[in-house]
Design a protein around this ligand. Structure first.
Ligand code: WAQ
Ligand code: MG
Length: 608
């Protein structure tokens, strides 16, 4: 017998539909969920229902599906939106998009979706009045999400699209909202994911609907419909969308930049023209060559390699712009002190890296430390900072001493809800987390923080730090980040070496794969030898506790030819000393096996 229940609510008045929702939950959550659904039905803005149908039935164990990744495409006109949809669907071999779109003239009367043969455009549903309804589906984290009390059309659409794209034979879906005031729609395929297109119809147009495109044998259509209508599905990691909340924090930035401009004080990055006679360099004896940049980025220090590196880093992370700093430490200090001052609030995870802590202290803002990775604590403390002029929330993406991961979608949702700048340090995430090492946004299939800080000195194997963000914030940092403005730029040679290594990371994503495989192999080897630990990154902590003993074990390992650092207070709290193993892609299985065995043996030797 399965351990799940499906709950479906439909509310109506005088026979007219008002609202509906469904959930799939374990027995312990049935009563609470039923109450939530009833509350929702009773409080619906469309009016009070005179009939609420609440159906509770046991279901088969739900299939767990990973949410389609979401991308938003902003377009200016429905024509542009439709052209984009056509272009995206060419990728799955759908050529006759105009003929398909024309079918939306018939969908608005359907309760369900139109099921079309992708090539012949023949309708395949047995019930052409109703269409096909995808049902028995839920968002795995919906109960934990703050929006659980209200209806989230966007999340529901992603859940539906994810289920639909896993139905046998379905190759794509097109959805246009039937709300006359909502022009956003989407196209979805397994490969493209959920592509939101901000305009697929004109405002005021009440027509909309869904078309599922099928490619396969006619005899298999019944199986597809059965999956859509009966197989319970729970979708995990549905990305959060909060783009409707006003973002006053950026208005402050724009106003400040405008004031700088009005006072004639705007600083801009530019190259020294090669033919110019340079009378501003710090290269007093003419020794610099390519191994020195000759000045700050704002004087004579900007070289083509710097600009190229910034362009490539932005592309790698998928942001509008990037800014290169001399070190990761300076990037954190520069970003935090530029964005927060006296009168502002910074919320900082208690285990953040020292460079973040120093940035917070230098800024003069009120610093509020929240419990490690505790998003509820963060939200409570952030809610108490409404009166502050600006709010910044800063967290490591991968924590340097435990290797644990920030829940980025949840973090971003909280930051946006409170109009706080989100800053994530991906020093230990870049090149490690996400299928191709692009970081947490790739791993979670979610948006970017307002600013991502990272370093070139870890996975990229070079030197320097960087920030990936919008052009607006790069412009702001160029004018406000003192560690950027008042430092000599890294040499063009450094930038060129970082570019080479970035090429390798982009061209050899199998390195990231190899690293991941090494971590799981090493963990299983440790486990085999009786040492239990966990890691979601390249960092494997082995907590010992006592400071002296941690040092002893580390020294014993060194005498056997293994370098494993002991980490003690104040880097980690007192009594939490540990061995910190950091793995890499070039270690062999044989080396990892030997290391795990040696660690287990050295741990089991009793203190002298
Ligand atoms: N199965 C099949 N078709 C459905 C279902 C279902 N469970 N639910 C709705 N439809 C069809 C039906 O014809 C509706 O008229 C049409 O889809 C639109 O449904 O910002 O609001 O629930 O990313 O109004 C998409 C964009 C919003 C969200 C879609 O759908 C975003 C929307 P609605
Ligand atoms: Mg609608």
């Amino acid at each position: 017998m399965s351990d799940f229940f499906s709950l479906k609510m439909r509310a109506s008045r005088d026979g007219r539909h008002i609202s509906g929702a469904e959930k799939i939950v374990p027995p312990a959550a049935v009563v609470k969920t039923a109450a939530t659904l009833a509350e929702r039905a009773l409080g619906h803005p469309k009016g009070a229902p005179d009939f609420i149908n609440l159906k509770i039935e046991r279901t088969a164990d739900p299939v767990r599906l990973e949410s389609l990744p979401v991308t938003t495409h902003r377009v200016a006109t429905p024509e542009e939106g439709r052209a984009l949809a056509a272009q995206l669907l060419k990728g799955v071999g759908i050529a006759n998009i105009d003929a398909i779109m024309a079918r939306f003239a018939e969908t608005h009367s359907l309760r369900g979706a139109m099921l079309l043969d992708a090539d012949t455009l023949e309708r395949l549903e047995p019930d052409k009045e109703r269409g096909v309804r995808a049902t028995y589906m839920d968002d795995a984290e919906s109960l934990a999400k703050a929006s659980a009390s209200g209806k989230n059309h966007y999340a529901e659409a992603i859940v539906l699209a994810t289920k639909v794209q896993h139905a046998p034979g379905i190759i794509a879906e097109i959805c246009v909202s039937d709300d006359p005031d909502y022009a956003t729609g989407y196209v979805a395929t397994r490969d493209l994911g959920y592509r939101r297109i901000t305009m697929l119809k004109h405002k005021g147009d009440p027509n909309g609907g869904r078309i599922f495109l099928y490619r396969g044998r006619r005899e298999d259509v019944a199986r597809t419909i059965d999956f859509l209508e009966h197989t319970p599905v729970v979708v995990e990691h549905v990305p959060v969308l909060t783009d409707e909340i006003p973002e006053r924090r950026f208005e402050l930035i724009k106003a400040e930049l405008a004031e700088i401009e009005a006072n004639g004080l705007t600083r801009r990055l530019r190259l020294v023209p090669p033919e110019a006679l340079v009378l501003s360099s710090n290269d007093y004896l003419g020794l610099a060559g390519r191994s020195g940049s000759t000045g700050s980025r704002l004087t004579t220090g900007t070289h083509p390699e710097h600009l190229e590196l910034e362009r490539r880093l932005a592309t790698f992370k998928g942001t509008e712009a990037a800014l290169f700093f001399a070190t990761g430490y300076m990037a954190n200090v520069g970003v935090i002190t530029a964005l927060a001052k006296k009168g502002d609030a910074i919320l900082s995870d208690e285990l953040n890296h020292a460079s973040i802590i120093d940035g917070c202290r230098l800024s003069g803002a009120d610093v509020i430390v929240y419990r490690h990775l505790d998003m509820d604590d963060l939200e409570r403390k952030l809610a108490a900072c409404r009166e502050h002029r600006r709010r910044l929330v800063v967290s490591d993406g991968v924590f340097s001493m435990d290797g644990d991961l920030l829940n980025l979608p949840r973090f971003l949702e909280i930051c946006r809800r409170h109009d706080a700048f989100s800053i994530v340090d991906e020093a230990h995430a870049t090149g490690v987390i996400g299928k191709t090492g692009r970081g947490l946004f790739e791993h979670f299939h979610c948006d970017h923080p307002d600013l991502t800080v990272a370093t070139l000195s870890k996975s990229i194997g070079s030197e320097g730090g960087f920030v990936c963000t919008s052009q607006l914030l790069v412009d702001y940092l160029v004018n406000r980040a003192r560690s950027f403005i008042f430092s000599t730029a890294p040499s063009p040679e450094t930038a060129a070496s970082a570019l080479d290594h970035l090429d390798r990371l982009e061209n050899e994503p199998e390195l990231v794969e190899k690293l991941r495989a090494n971590v799981s192999f090493f963990l299983s080897e440790l486990y085999r030898h009786g040492v239990e630990t966990a890691s979601e990154s390249a960092i494997v902590p082995i907590v010992i506790g006592d400071e002296r003993r941690a040092t002893e074990v580390s020294e014993r390992l060194l005498s056997r030819g293994f370098v494993v650092n002991a980490i003690r207070y104040p880097t980690v709290p007192k009594g939490k000393a540990r061995l910190r193993v950091a793995l890499n892609a070039s270690l062999t299985r044989e080396e990892l096996s030997r290391a795990a065995e040696a660690i287990a043996e050295c741990l089991s030797v009793r203190s002298a």
